[in-house]
Write a protein of this length. Structure first.
Length: 206
């Protein structure tokens, strides 16, 4: 979701900073916060605030995230057209995100993308986070998708590793990735520069 469908990068940084404000002796910079990526929100907060303040910090994060979403995010150009084309082609669509369910629902609903998806699996729905394939496999189960009929598109190297562990086709979404070189080094099945590249592969002539 983040970095593939919606550009939430600046909002996530701002929301995290707001969530932990007053709980630390020093303010974390962007590099500090980005180093926590890949963890669930609660896991990340546990590295930044005392255990008795995690719940409050989580509430502050989600409150700020929802309040500033419209102002500080955008759906990547071409994504809405891609999703529309895939739905018209009767392609089943699912999201597997490392975000919390509350953040995912906020992002998808406020962006208007929620109606495109038949399955939404979040960090709150799994025991193991990416690159473990648990969430991807859970989404596939909900969609009734076979391994050889599934393409998992993501902006992070962990997405490619998860796709391989799940035995499905993995594709790097370069249009929103902050880790292009790492994605390329993993040699995924596909590398897409633009959302239209996904559309051309999935809905184009055989």
């Amino acid at each position: 979701m983040d970095g593939t469908l919606i550009d939430t990068s600046t909002l996530i940084l701002a929301s995290y900073s707001y969530a932990i404000a007053g709980s630390l002796s020093k303010q974390l910079n962007a590099s500090d916060i980005l180093s926590l990526s890949g963890r669930t929100l609660r896991d990340a907060l546990a590295k930044s605030v005392p255990s008795d303040q995690i719940e409050l910090a989580s509430d502050r994060y989600h409150e700020y995230f929802a309040r500033r979403f419209a102002r500080r995010t955008r759906t990547y150009p071409g994504v809405r057209k891609l999703l529309t084309s895939l739905r018209q082609a009767d392609v089943m669509l699912g999201v597997f995100t490392g975000a919390s369910r509350k953040s995912a629902q906020t992002a998808l609903e406020l962006s208007g993308l929620d109606l495109f998806f038949h399955s939404i699996v979040t960090a709150d729905d799994v025991n193991q986070s990416k690159p473990d394939p648990e969430g991807l496999q859970k989404a596939m189960d909900q969609l009734g998708a076979a391994d050889d009929e599934t393409i998992y598109v993501g902006d992070d190297p962990d997405d490619i590793v998860a796709s391989r562990r799940a035995g499905v086709t993995g594709a790097g979404a370069l249009w929103g990735s902050r880790k292009r070189e790492e994605l390329e080094a993993l040699n995924p099945d596909f590398l897409f520069n633009y959302p239209s590249d996904v559309e051309a592969l999935v809905t184009g002539p055989l």
